[in-house]
Design a protein around this ligand. Structure first.
Ligand SMILES: [Zn+2]
Length: 258
């Protein structure tokens, strides 16, 4: 008898295996990033078909297979349906999916982090789905970027200079070679730095501390131009860390954000 297991999982993407079946990449609460086969999901009458669309969270029953596990049943927990009717919501949600699928591979994914990451994705999609404007969507994506990097052990340190360990204040400089912040003095010895003004620094620090569902004192003060600047910096940082140009970065290159 094949071993089975039950877990909650969020669909990140799917692709065809053959004429009838699809492979679904999901982030699960108990096993982190997993791929499994949805048999017959391409047939029009498939019950599974609707449940394996991108961004949907399901409780799924899986059977362990020789290569890939097989989805036996799926019951939706949240379809985040409002994401699908809004281009901005769709784009930023896809960006989140791409970050997870490229950064949460087995080598980085410690089991104890699975539930924390699952909840982060779930809450981010939920918040994006219910956002009223672009600013809200970008704030959520920014929080996601900061928090996922922190969970995976690549969190930004806004308080100490990466080189001299001195306390950072006012304007700081991001150095790609060190993948961290430098003080003004150290930044003069490195020429490939991005200046991060104190407003961006303070805002990002606050976003790292603020929960996805929580409001912050900045929410009403920031405009979309400022948010896009912050977002682009975080995008660059993640790109720098992952050391590979993946689709993560292409998703948003097609929009005005790039
Ligand atoms: Zn320094």
């Amino acid at each position: 008898m094949k071993k089975s297991y039950l877990t909650d999982a969020i669909n990140l993407k799917n692709y065809p295996l053959n004429d009838d079946d699809l492979i679904v990449m999901m982030f699960s609460k108990t096993k982190g990033l997993i791929s499994a086969v949805a048999k017959g999901a391409k047939k029009p009458k498939s019950k599974l078909g609707a449940r394996i669309q991108m961004f949907i969270a399901n409780t799924i029953l899986l059977f362990e297979g020789r290569n890939l596990d097989i989805i036996s049943q799926a019951q939706s927990l949240n379809t985040f349906s409002k994401i699908r009717y809004d281009m901005n919501k769709l784009t930023y949600s896809m960006y989140i999916s791409e970050i997870i699928s490229s950064l949460c591979s087995k080598e980085y994914n410690k089991d104890e982090n699975s539930e924390i990451i699952y909840n982060l994705i779930f809450n981010s999609y939920n918040k994006i789905a219910n956002s009223q404007n672009l600013e809200e969507i970008i704030i959520t994506t920014l929080k996601f970027q900061l928090k996922i990097m922190d969970i995976l052990g690549w969190g930004l340190d806004f308080t100490t200079c990466t080189v001299c360990q001195k306390e950072l204040n006012s304007d700081i400089y991001y150095c790609q070679n060190y993948s961290g912040f430098l003080c003004e003095q150290c930044s003069r010895k490195n020429n490939q730095n991005i200046k991060i003004n104190s407003k961006i620094k303070d805002f990002l620090q606050e976003m790292l501390k603020t929960g996805i569902q929580e409001k912050s004192k900045y929410d009403k003060l920031v405009n979309s131009a400022f948010l896009e600047k912050c977002f682009l910096f975080m995008k660059k940082y993640i790109e720098n860390i992952s050391h590979k140009k993946t689709k993560v970065f292409d998703v948003l290159d097609c929009t005005k954000i790039s």
